[in-house]
Design a protein around this ligand. Structure first.
Ligand code: NAD
Ligand code: MG
Length: 386
């Protein structure tokens, strides 16, 4: 049976992995819409490859370029942030939310309102507006499937089980490229070093988040929304091989884990085929070659982002949205060479303590906290640089 599908963020790392699986199974999927921010050539190439009905470029100034790039095809074109939201409303059976950052929140909410299957990679949306998103999922009857490898692993380990029987959820973390880098050397870390992840190939923003371990902090908050158990029972353990993607411990002492090669096509395939399975062209684990699996306690002194995320989770209200927005600003500043690596966490901490808004009650509330936090993060950056 053919399923209709939309990919928001089609030109990114997750978008391309999703398209790879779709292109290998052309009879199973019909692509409704693809979106990208500014990569016209990448978007047009993807739209041609899967014969997409509709393509949207986020940057409104690029509409003519997109039309030119798709000339001679039957793909319709649109541009601008609102057009991405409209693409999310086209009623696809399955929507992959793979835009990076809080920019993906409104499109994800639009897709959720359609009540179909939502595969969520865009963790920043859930961190900023988890309560609202899950309430919307409940209202619309949508099926929310986590794509993030840890949450997809936990989701798989929870199948057929009862959350009341869970004693711990253990998120694994690779530790990133600076797992063993001494504190004194962190000041010198360059963007090129930070985006070079030892195990995973990912977009620039999440690669920096992995390097600061803010990625694991965001994932802790993501887990708290997706798997509502007492946050004290959410643990993080560093596992440098990235083979065990996360674990669930039950009251009887059983620990279920999901393992696999570090390739996002496995969790993406899980969501594409759910509740069935489909083949994914990923490397198979060779346990004899692997020989061992290592685990170690994360270092919250060298990686303060872990502490900041846990504090934001405990504080509740708008704190997670502030944490995320400040981090997006700081990561962009680090990538453009404006600030040193350790300053990322400093900006996030300063922004977090600078204001405490009421709990957001609507999407507009979240977006207004997000933009206030961005302005404050930029101010904090100026203070730190001065
Ligand atoms: P990426 O940078 O490779 O791609 C991001 C996509 O979002 C691109 O298609 C880009 O055009 C689009 N985009 C960026 N800014 C936009 C904006 N303002 N408006 C509309 N579209 C915009 O990122 P990625 O690595 O594919 O990650 C995507 C999301 O998935 C992130 O939230 C990330 O945390 C999450 N995720 C990624 C991985 C991974 O392996 N890459 C793993 C787990 C979770
Ligand atoms: Mg992850």
């Amino acid at each position: 049976m053919t399923r209709t599908l939309t990919i928001l963020g089609a030109t990114g790392s997750i978008g391309q992995s999703t398209l790879d699986l779709v292109a290998r199974n052309p009879a199973q999927f019909e692509v409704i819409a693809l979106s990208a921010h500014s990569d016209v050539a990448g978007l047009a190439k993807a739209a041609r490859a899967v014969n997409a009905r509709h393509a949207v470029i986020g940057d409104a100034a690029l509409l003519a370029d997109l039309r030119a790039a798709l000339y001679g095809t039957s793909t319709s074109c649109a541009a601008g942030a609102q057009a991405i939201i409209e693409a999310a409303q086209m009623g696809a059976d399955y929507t992959m939310c793979a835009i990076v950052g809080c920019a993906g929140l409104a499109p994800a909410m639009a897709a959720i309102a359609g009540g179909r299957t939502i595969a969520l990679a865009n963790k920043e949306a859930l961190v900023s507006a988890g309560d609202l998103m899950l309430a919307a999922v409940k209202t619309s009857g949508a099926t929310l499937l986590p794509v993030d490898s840890e949450h997809n692993a936990i989701f798989q380990c929870l199948q057929g089980q009862n959350l009341e029987s869970v004693s711990r959820i253990i998120l694994t973390a690779s530790g990133g490229p600076f797992r063993t880098t001494p504190f004194a050397e962190m000041e010198q870390i360059t963007p090129a070093q930070a985006v070079k992840h030892p195990n995973w190939s990912m977009g620039a923003k999440i690669s920096v988040d992995s390097a600061t371990m803010m990625n694991k902090g965001l994932e802790l908050i993501e887990a708290a929304h997706l798997f509502p158990i007492n946050p004290d029972r959410l643990e993080i353990i560093v596992h440098p091989q990235s083979v065990v993607h996360s674990m669930v411990e039950y009251v009887d002492g059983s620990v279920l884990a999901q393992l696999g090669a570090p390739d996002m096509r496995t969790p993406i395939a899980h969501t594409l085929a759910f509740p069935e399975r489909m083949p994914a062209p990923v490397q198979r684990l060779d346990f004899a070659a692997l020989a061992r699996l290592d685990f170690e306690v994360p270092d919250e002194v060298r990686f303060p982002a872990l502490r900041l995320a846990r504090e934001a989770l405990q504080a509740g209200g708008g704190s997670s949205a502030i944490l995320n927005a400040a981090n997006e600003v700081a990561v962009a500043d680090f990538l453009s060479g404006r600030i040193a690596f350790p300053v990322i966490a400093q900006i996030v901490e300063r922004t977090l303590i600078s204001f405490s808004p009421a709990s957001p009650a609507s999407l507009e509330d979240v977006l207004s906290i997000d933009s206030e936090a961005r302005a404050r993060a930029r101010e904090s950056g100026e203070v730190v640089l001065a």
